[in-house]
Design a protein around this ligand. Sequence first.
Ligand code: NAD
Length: 256
Amino acid sequence: MSVRYGLEGQVAVITGAANGFGLAVAQRLADEGAKLVLVDRDADGLHAAAGKLGALPVVADVSSEEEVDGYVRAAVDAHGRIDLFFNNAGIEGRMAPMTDMSADDFDRVWKVNARGVWLGLRAVLKVMKPQGSGVVVNTASMASIKGAATFSPYIASKHAVLGITKSAALEAAPYGIRVNCVAPGHFDTRMGRDLTHQINPDDPDGVFRAVGESVPYGKRYGTAAEVANLVLWLLSQESEYVSGALYLIDGALNAG
Ligand SMILES: NC(=O)c1ccc[n+]([C@@H]2O[C@H](COP(=O)([O-])OP(=O)(O)OC[C@H]3O[C@@H](n4cnc5c(N)ncnc54)[C@H](O)[C@@H]3O)[C@@H](O)[C@H]2O)c1
């Protein structure tokens, strides 16, 4: 049984809600009795999730200015306000040395992970500021605090999420709004599995086992439900006074 945070009736917008972390957070918030607006570009996955959770689905691409303004408008039209925002949609892109990448490889990842997070924050803060309240959690990554060979667009985009989080926290603080980010390590989601295929298409399961073994705590990948535990706490009043922070959740992988 999960901890309850008293979020009943709160209006929550979640991007990347059809899968992985977004879906896990949506499930927890539905259990809390929050009013959910779920956003994803995967229409089938989104409608399945929204149907199950009694949520409002909005099919949108978070890298499009018009579509971001559209999902925020849909939330306000339906519920009149936005209390909680899990700004989470992201893509991994292609792994390769920089010298083997095109500018399009960079732009594709940057548009979703950096521009998409910034556009979402801009639109949601326009709603939260006049309310004088709200809580935002952005999905960063351990890629926000270190480099990795063959992963430069993703690394750049997740460093940007940390910078956007800090700037937004300062801008939003006078309005009683908190903004933080979570920084997951290795997690068993579609994205985590795709990366094992990219590293070794001939033996993705071998990569999965070796990566899991490299994690000091538990010798395993994390689960989306474990990220949701952290996100729920950050969205709740229990984390009052926490703002502008990055929370690693990585089984001590980056502690050394
Ligand atoms: N899985 C990991 O190991 C890991 C580690 C660190 C950070 N992250 C980050 O966590 C977030 C969620 O990842 P996940 O593991 O749940 O991945 P996932 O692929 O399971 O889910 C991502 C969701 O985002 C949606 N999405 C992608 N691009 C979109 C766009 N342009 N507009 C709207 N929706 C879009 C997808 O359709 C999907 O439903 C991402 O920001 C990712 O970078 C993941």
